[in-house]
Structure formats: C-alpha cells, structure tokens
Design a protein. Structure first.
Length: 492
C-alpha cells in the first residue's frame, strides 16, 4: 500500500471500473449527501461567512508570498520552545529523518494521529521496511489499515465502506494487529466504535513514540494545531515520550489572530460542526506535561515548485476540509481511489499533478477528472478557483511549456495521446480568426445536419460514447440575426 498509489491506471479507466460498483456508489451517495446537507446548514448560521472566506484567502495568499520569512520565524519559535526542526526536500528525505528519529529511541512501533502528509510520502511503508510498525489511531484510518485498503476521502478515509463491511474487517483482522474484536460484534456504530476504542487503548498506553501531522502551524509562537473529532489525536499527542510531527510547509499561518479565522471555517466546512470537539495545541516541550522530546519535520515534496506557478499556487491555500469532494458529481460517482492519490476529488485533481508533475499517465489525466461545474469553488472556505487551475493544468498537459520541477525551470513536453486535441484547438483558432471561413463552415454544418452521425469518429469516439452530440441548429446565429434584424422581425 503506497501513499502515491503507484501503478494505478489513468483516471478514465479507474473511474469506469468504479462506477460499475453499485455498493460503492450507494455508500458514496449516502455519505456525501448527508455531509453536504449538514454543511449547508452549519454555514448558513454564520452571517459573515463570505467575509470569513475572503479573510482566509487573503491570509493564505499573504503567507505564501512571504513563506520564506514565516518558515524561518517558525523554526526559531519551535527551537526556542524546546523542539527540533528538520527540513525535508522530498518524501525519501522525510521518511529517512523519521525512521532515524524512531530508531534513536530504541522503539519498534509508533502510534499515529491522522496525517495526510505521512500518507503522501508513504511513511508507514518506509517504517515497515526499517522494522518499525506504525499503528493508525483515527477510526477511519484504522479501518483502512486493517482492511489493507487505501483512503478514499480527505476527511472520512473509509467513506467507501459501509457498516457491514467494517464489522467484517474488524472481526477478521483485529486479532492480527492487537486486541481482537469482541465476540458477536454487530454492525451498529456504537459497538464498532467501542471495539476500536478497546483495540486502540492498549496501543496508546504502550507506545513511547507518536507521529502526527498538523492542521496549522503558528509562526509567531511555534505552536502546532490539530483538530479532530474522536480524541485519538489528544492521546497520540500527550501520552508518548517522543512526538514527531510531519507537516507540509504550506500549513503555516503568521499569528494566533489569523488562526481564529480558520477555526471558524474549517469545522463548518468539514464536519459541519460549529467547532471541533478536540482542538489540541502544543508549543515545543514542557517538563512534566506531554512528550519530553518534540521533532518537527517540515515537508516540501513539490510545494515550492507549486508555489512558483502563479495560477496553480492557490492550491496551497487548501486547509483539507474536503468540502469540494462532497459537492463534486464526479467524485460522488467515481470515488476517491480512482484519483490514484492520497488527495482525491477536485483538490486532488489540481494538487497531485503539481506536487508530482504530469509525466505519468495518472497525473496527466487528473486535470480532466472534472465537469468544470464550479461547485467546488463555491464551497471552498479559502476560495480556491479549482476550475481555473484545472483548465490551466489541461493546457500544460496538452501543450507542454515552462514549469518548475525540483527547483529548476524546465520545458515540459506535451503529454502523449493529445495530438488530436491540439490539432482541433489549432483548427478552431484558425477558424475563429477567419470570419469568412467560419461563416461558410457554419452554413455547411446547418445544411448537412440531417447527415451528421450520432457519435464522433476516430479519437472523438471517446467523448461521444458517454455524451449526446448537441443538435446543430437549422441556421447559424449570424444568418438568423441578419434575417430577423436582430430579433425584431421575430418579435412581431
């Protein structure tokens, strides 16, 4: 199991298989519909939601423009508070740092609070290769780990599983990982949660090393912030003797006052709550209170390359609320696994191709995993214009061009399989630049419309197999305009 889902097919093939699974579609439709409705009610309670959204956008944009300064300030603050900061340029370096830190403690197991950054870099697999076992403690992550599965949602990684499937996983797998599931375990939520609580409690009490992520980092104080709903995070952050936090460099905010905005918008956009049940903050180390050793691993892994893109950098505003997934008609039908990344849905379609590049088939296909309906932009609490970035990345895939990879300016070649698209766009550009040719083509299309095929030939067949071709009108708009005097004759 890999955080980058190496070997996954391109999105069209993966999505085609997913939509043929009625159980998956039913699970997704029920879950996303429920979350979507609850979020709408929670947001409607806030009279200044638009102002909060704009404030979040501006704070994030300001921070990204001055990211170098705030990261240095964060390092100084964490160090002054008794922590140690490590810088990781990529996944391999981050995994090596964490593995070395765990080995230095003499321990061979760690407990983890949900962290998408560690999934992104494949930390669990890297630790396993070093003889260190990582135990996920978030309920949904536990389900995914026990089921030898992959996360399919940012907020609810096991959203593709129903209660019966979860019960079967617990009965079958818990014993191999620790305390087995109770005899006669049913699929009621209370019993499933209790089985997980009993299973995890012994790990919390035994573990000497914890690994976490962070929702936010406050530069002025060096404070880490984790918000969650179950309390497992609080256990991971306070009980171990050593705490290692792996956090993307974009998660930083300048001040505590800035944090206030996101502690209002994140819970309403994610879990549809006024505030998260557990909001944990810690600053370095304190004698006799919490872990005695704290390490912060700041992860780049393509983020500075993304920052160099004036259009694409807005993806780094993301606060991982998952609101865009819950409103996306494509995600609701295809599910998260089809995106081949730990970041599924609309945000994954713009973030993964920037972090990983568009050289692979799966990453080149992700910018097309959208209908461009714009629902994702409307619900985003930091106003990421996902459709704009999708179109921008589609242009990069088809045309190639300048980009930044590994800190260096490069010229990307067009992706394979888009020659027909490039030819069609160039033909359209020529036609729109020559009005006489455009007018002639429109008239020919109108007069021959009875002969038009129901599906497109050649490469266009992939488009028309799942869509109805629009009917060509009886006459072009220009001819109608001239014949009716701009609609005046029809009005009579």
């Amino acid at each position: 199991m890999s955080g980058t889902f190496v070997g996954m097919p391109a999105f069209p093939k993966a999505a085609h298989e997913a939509v043929g699974n009625p159980t998956l579609r039913g699970n997704l439709r029920h879950a996303t519909g429920t979350i979507r409705a609850k979020r709408a009610r929670a947001v409607a309670e806030v009279s200044d939601w638009a102002e909060l959204r704009e404030a979040g956008k501006r704070i994030k944009d300001h921070t990204l423009r001055h990211l170098d300064r705030y990261l240095v300030q964060l390092e100084e603050s964490v160090t002054a508070a008794g922590g140690t900061v490590h810088w990781a340029a990529d996944a391999d370096e981050a995994n090596r740092i964490v593995a070395d830190l765990v080995r230095a403690t003499g321990e061979t197991e760690v407990v983890k609070v949900k962290s998408m950054a560690t999934q992104e870099i494949g930390l669990n697999e890297a630790l396993e290769a070093e003889g260190i076992r990582a135990y996920e403690t978030d309920l949904a992550e536990l389900i995914v780990q026990l089921g030898k599965d992959r996360p399919s949602h940012i907020l609810v990684p096991a959203i593709h599983r129903n209660r019966g499937e979860i019960r079967d996983i617990f009965r079958r797998e818990m014993g191999a990982w620790g305390r087995p599931a109770p005899e006669g375990l049913s699929d009621t939520p209370a019993e499933l949660a209790e089985a997980a609580r009993l299973h995890l409690r012994e790990k919390f009490l035994r573990a000497k090393v914890g690994v976490s992520g962070a929702n936010f980092m406050v530069a002025e104080t060096g404070t880490m912030v984790v918000v969650e709903s179950e309390g497992n995070g609080r256990m991971c952050l306070t009980l171990p003797e050593t705490l290692i936090s792996v956090v993307g460099i974009e998660k930083i905010v300048p001040t505590w006052q800035d944090l206030e905005v996101f502690l209002q918008t994140l819970p309403r956009s994610s879990t549809a709550e006024r505030m998260n049940p557990y909001t944990s903050t810690w600053t370095g180390t304190t004698d006799g209170d919490g872990p005695g050793t704290f390490h912060l691993v700041l992860l780049d892994n393509g983020r500075t390359d993304t920052l160099a893109d004036e259009v694409g950098r807005q993806a780094l505003r993301c606060i991982r609320c998952s609101a865009c997934l819950n409103v996306c008609p494509v995600y609701e039908r295809a599910g998260g696994h089809a995106y081949g990344s730990v970041y599924p849905g609309p945000i994954g379609a713009i973030l993964s191709p920037q972090l990983r590049g568009t050289a692979s088939e799966i990453d080149a296909s992700l910018p097309y995993a959208s209908s461009l309906c714009g629902a994702c932009y409307e619900v985003c609490p930091v106003a990421i214009d996902i459709p704009e970035v999708l179109v921008h990345l589609r242009e990069r895939v088809v045309e190639g061009g300048e980009a930044v990879r590994n800190g260096n300016k490069v010229v990307l070649k067009p992706a394979k399989g888009h020659a027909a698209e490039r030819a069609a766009m160039r033909a359209a550009r020529w036609a729109f630049s020559h009005p006489a040719a455009l007018r002639t083509g429109q008239r020919l299309a109108s007069r021959s419309r009875r002969l038009h095929p129901r599906t497109l030939p050649g490469p266009g067949r992939a488009w028309s197999e799942t869509r109805d071709l629009p009917a060509v009108p009886a006459e072009p708009f220009r001819d109608w305009w001239q014949r009716t005097g701009g609609g005046k004759d029809d009005a009579k």
